[in-house]
Design a protein around this ligand. Structure first.
Ligand SMILES: CC(C)(COP(=O)(O)OP(=O)(O)OC[C@H]1O[C@@H](n2cnc3c(N)ncnc32)[C@H](O)[C@@H]1OP(=O)(O)O)[C@@H](O)C(=O)NCCC(=O)NCCS
Length: 326
């Protein structure tokens, strides 16, 4: 199951503190150090909503992590999955996505784990090596196995998870592309809907979407791609084992950066890493007549096409479908 990362806000603090206490209670009690008040204070005094992401499954917050990304090194300060959601591979998925993000910047990820905590085994299993230890904590680092340049064009910025502030910047990009096929008018209702998905709302199919963005050198997003489970009509159409696939959605690159700069290709490579971390075996995508000019991109980057989904976007508006194995 793909989980979404939603940048947290000040108002999330109480919920996150509660989750931290629930998730840490057992291992802190084991070393006789559980103190709810201290756990609360330690978290609230350092809480930074900008660097903290809620982990969301089917619209519910099931955990969170806090990641300081300084140039040259990332530090994972907190990672908690609510006990009810533990043991389902979600922690591993989150950690792999955090490591993929660091390897796009060529950075190691550092962290500390409480000496008696089961988390030590979890981090070691994912390639973290001990660097030092103190009375209560063991310190680890994980260096990227390979440096995956985030964007093929080094003059551009980075690829990262969508932040709340990105939504308003992406408005420009959406307005360039989300236009009526015949009149060329901006389709306001569709843009508004996409922005709600970016802000964490469910779509008409009850799906939640996880977004990556590519940024320019000033960290302003210039492209986006969303991921979700495939919608039911598409799953029925491809007759693949759709639960093992994820669907690529809302694929848009700023007009000034389209073609030849490799943004679409680079962003898709990062999306593939996210999908693999969620244990998907393939990606599906469809594109309707409005985006006919992008079909060549999918023909080039995806492995197979699956013909047309008839009337998918309304009468006579068929969508072409592609798949890509991961
Ligand atoms: C389609 C889109 C996402 C592709 O992203 P991009 O950054 O322009 O593409 P890239 O520069 O990464 O191109 C990757 C490869 O695909 C090829 N390619 C890209 N767009 C293509 C197109 N429309 N037709 C044919 N080939 C195309 C490139 O030539 C390149 O090939 P190469 O690496 O072998 O030289 C982008 O052009 C876009 O946002 N288009 C408008 C919105 C849209 O139609 N979105 C799709 C909605 S379903």
């Amino acid at each position: 199951m793909l989980v979404a990362f939603m940048q947290s806000q000040e108002s999330d603090l109480e919920q996150l503190v509660g989750m931290r206490i629930v998730a840490m209670r057992e291992s802190l009690e084991r070393v006789g150090r559980f103190d709810a008040r201290r756990a609360r204070e330690r978290f609230t005094s350092t809480f930074n909503p900008e660097t903290c992401y809620r982990i969301v499954a089917d619209g519910r917050t099931i955990g969170f992590f806090s990641l300081d990304r300084h140039p040259g090194v990332h530090t994972l300060r907190h990672l908690y999955i609510h006990p009810l959601w533990q043991g389902r591979g979600i922690g591993a998925q989150v950690l792999k996505r955090i490591l993929a993000d660091a390897s796009r910047r060529g950075c190691p990820v550092n962290l500390a784990a409480l000496r008696e905590s089961d988390a030590n085994r979890f981090y070691r299993d994912h390639g973290f090596e001990q660097t030092s230890e103190e009375d209560w904590d063991i310190f680890y680092t994980c260096r990227p196995k390979s440096i995956t340049p985030a964007l093929l064009n080094s003059k551009l910025g980075n690829i990262r998870w969508l932040c709340r502030a990105d939504i308003q910047h992406l408005d420009v990009v959406l307005r360039q592309h989300v236009r009526d096929l015949h009149s060329g008018q901006v389709v306001e209702s569709e843009i508004a809907a996409i922005k709600t998905y970016m802000a964490g709302a469910a779509d008409d199919e009850g799906r939640y979407r996880s977004y990556l963005v590519a940024c320019d050198s000033t960290n302003i997003p210039i492209a986006c791609m969303g991921l979700s489970r495939p919608d039911s009509r598409m799953s029925a159409h491809v007759l693949l084992n759709a639960p093992d696939y994820l669907e690529l959605l809302n694929v848009f690159v700023h007009r000034d950066f389209m073609r030849t700069k490799g943004i679409g290709r680079s962003l898709l490579a990062a999306v593939v890493e996210e999908a693999k971390a969620a244990r998907a075996i393939g990606l599906l995508v469809n594109s309707g007549p409005r985006y006919l000019s992008s079909w060549g991109f999918y023909d080039r980057i995806f492995d197979a096409d699956h013909g047309m989904l008839v009337d998918y976007y309304g009468t006579g508006r068929h969508a072409k479908v592609w798949s890509k194995l991961l």
